[in-house]
Design a binder for this molecule. Sequence first.
Ligand code: GLN
Length: 313
Amino acid sequence: MVVSEWDQLKLHLQEWVEECRESSAAGKVAEYIPELSKAKPDLLGIHILDAQGRSISAGEAQDSFTMQSISKVFTLILALMDHGESAVFAKVGMEPTGDHFNSIMKLELVQPAIPFNPLINAGAIVVSSMIKGENAEAKSARILSFFRELAGNSNLEYDREVYLSESKTAHLNRSIAYFLLDKGVLGCGVEEVLDIYFRHCAIKVCCEDLARMALVLAFDGKDPLTGKTLIPRRYVQIAKTFMVTCGMYNGSGEFAIEAGLPAKSGVSGGILTLVPGRYGIGVVGPALNSKGNSIAGVQLIERLSQALDWSLF
Ligand code: GLN
């Protein structure tokens, strides 16, 4: 008897979660944003959603966490929808750095001085400064309502504690923003752009929200559950390409070899990934590896991809 992929998932997902959970012990919860250090290190959850609205979840998939860098994929898309490709890529590059996500090392290396890509902090800060709106509040409101639409969840909100915690301690991001201001690549002032950036990083989600957002990317911008096109296909193509080349920061190469899927991680331990034309997937596991990616989450996605032959390559 041939067991369908969906049945295989139903059969094994919980067991794979428990196996991968063990690797959390080798990781560390992010502490540089003090509020994130409260997360449970051995938590691991996953939610997988398909185009018919069928879902499978395992582990602590209901727990909520902040999007952090996962949000950068969607602010990039919104900036592209606001301004088009040539305006956005005049201010931010398309190349991986091979450096840590908050590194300032390469900022001075290129002329004009634009960040290497939109998924490192420097690039995402530039992107946040490009979102259209009257003022910081209006820009943040547009981002939140775009995210709510993509997640099919009108209740998405900021985690105020995490937002304040990052805002008070973000000396490195502040220095990056001042550098960008000096080079003339910021579309607004330092505190305004950081407020927008910290807010979208602090949008609170659960694995199901990430899976639904990922499903829209998996279906080229059309939400298969409503039939509504939310993002032009070209911008999804750009976002997915960045996810493959830079989505897991300086761990992107290894992840492409081991899992072969577009993915984006955040320091809260969240990972959004997808199987094109098939599934949207949200994962959370707060213990991080040295690259700032969820240690158990990475292992779980690699495990799934290898078991079910999902690699795109
Ligand atoms: N808000 C975080 C920061 O700027 C996002 C980083 C991340 O998730 N990798 O440091």
